[in-house]
Design a protein around this ligand. Structure first.
Ligand SMILES: Cc1cc2nc3c(=O)[nH]c(=O)nc-3n(C[C@H](O)[C@H](O)[C@H](O)COP(=O)(O)OP(=O)(O)OC[C@H]3O[C@@H](n4cnc5c(N)ncnc54)[C@H](O)[C@@H]3O)c2cc1C
Length: 342
């Protein structure tokens, strides 16, 4: 076995969860290399993970597979928090309230009730005008850029090697004759990466406004039929709060727009007037491309050529942080199924 036995392409949250999941299942860190064009600390339109809010919310769809990925992540992510040094690692719990302008599905609600901590269904009089359903619970909040860097540092401290490299074809991920397995965690990159070229992958663009508001320590989200408005504090970040947002299908533009900023500020301050209890201090405006996929995430195994295995794990759309650990758990299970077959 060599350091290049298993290669993970992608150092976004999905690639990092995949590396962690392999270690949990007993794979030696000295068998794993992560290869990526962009690494934690970088910023690019084509590197989604640093732009996320990010928290656990009800944004994800209600098919049973995604519901299970969410549940796995929510109920197990404390293990990652512990390994990364505890609550100050860029991942901590904060209260959250979510409102819907439509009735959420029974399947989703049934699952959420089975595991969310302190979940309460809000009475009608506590809902804002136009909302028909609401819940409050304790959620997980990420300071995404910091969490990614701490996650990479942890994995490197265990012996996993990170290499910066842009691939034009997935076959280049087989770094040497020793490489037996490749995990494809390329997010939006799966659309254009040779040998993958998944045309089912498309972006769901989001713009956010990052403000400094240390007095905002709770999440508030509202789901409309054609809009999403959210306030997400970044834990232990010196008071950074993410205001959003947008979910624009098939929009590849990484630029930001003033009229969108104005709409975000209007909607979020209506949803949470307390934001304006201190002067509004904007730190930055940003836009990111959620790696969406028609048909949902792709977790699948291919045997590319003799003894060479390719396991796909991408398409996390707007829920890579909150479902990605469950996705990684399923993807890495395929490695062991593969091993016993070969
Ligand atoms: C505005 C916004 C808000 C969001 N909020 C949340 C939230 O609150 N909660 C949540 O769970 N999710 C949220 N998301 C979604 C989340 O950010 C994504 O689901 C997640 O980041 C996807 O991670 P990924 O690892 O699949 O992709 P990425 O982070 O894009 O990583 C892909 C990796 O693959 C590499 N790569 C790609 N192609 C190649 C190539 N050809 N050669 C080499 N390397 C390559 C890249 O360099 C990168 O390292 C949000 C997203 C946006 C934009």
């Amino acid at each position: 076995m060599s350091q290049e036995s298993i290669v993970i392409v992608g150092a976004g949250i999905v690639g990092l969860y995949t590396a962690f999941s392999l270690l949990e299942k007993g794979v030696s860190p000295n068998e794993i290399t992560v290869v990526a064009q962009y690494l934690p600390g970088d910023q690019s339109t084509y590197y989604t993970s640093p732009w996320a809010g990010g928290n656990f919310s009800c944004i994800s769809p209600d098919d049973q597979t995604t519901i299970d990925y969410d549940k796995f992540t929510y109920t197990n992510i404390h293990k990652i928090q512990k390994k990364l040094g505890g609550a100050k690692c860029g991942l901590d719990n904060r209260p959250s309230t979510e409102y819907w302008d439509f009735q959420p599905s029974e399947r989703k609600l049934k699952s959420l009730k089975s595991y969310l901590v302190n979940m309460e269904i809000l009475p009608q009089e506590k809902l804002p005008d136009g909302a028909v359903y609401g819940i409050s619970y304790l959620t997980w909040n990420f300071d995404c850029p910091r969490f990614l860097e701490n996650f990479q540092n942890y994995l490197e401290s265990q012996g996993i090697v990170f290499i910066r490299k842009k691939l034009t074809h997935i076959s280049q991920a087989y770094l040497s004759s020793e490489t037996k397995t490749v995990f494809n965690c390329t997010g939006i990159g799966a659309h254009s990466l040779g040998g993958v070229n998944d045309t089912k992958v498309y972006p769901s663009r989001g713009q956010v406004v990052v403000i400094k508001a240390p007095h905002v320590q709770v999440n508030k989200l509202r789901w409309g039929k054609d809009y999403a408005t959210y306030i997400i504090p970044r834990p232990d970040s010196g008071g950074q709060v993410i205001l959003g947002g947008y979910l624009q299908k098939d929009n590849w533009i990484g630029d930001t727009f003033k009229y969108e900023t104005e709409s975000i500020i209007k909607r979020t301050t209506e949803l949470m007037p307390e934001i304006l209890e201190a002067p509004l201090e904007i730190i930055r405006i940003a836009a990111g491309l959620r790696p969406s996929r028609h048909g949902g995430v792709r977790i699948a195994k291919e045997v590319a050529e003799e003894q060479k295995v390719l396991i796909h794990n991408y398409g996390a759309s707007g829920y890579g942080y909150q479902a990605g650990y469950g996705m990684a758990n399923s993807a890495t299970d395929l490695l062991f199924k593969t091993k016993s077959k070969l």
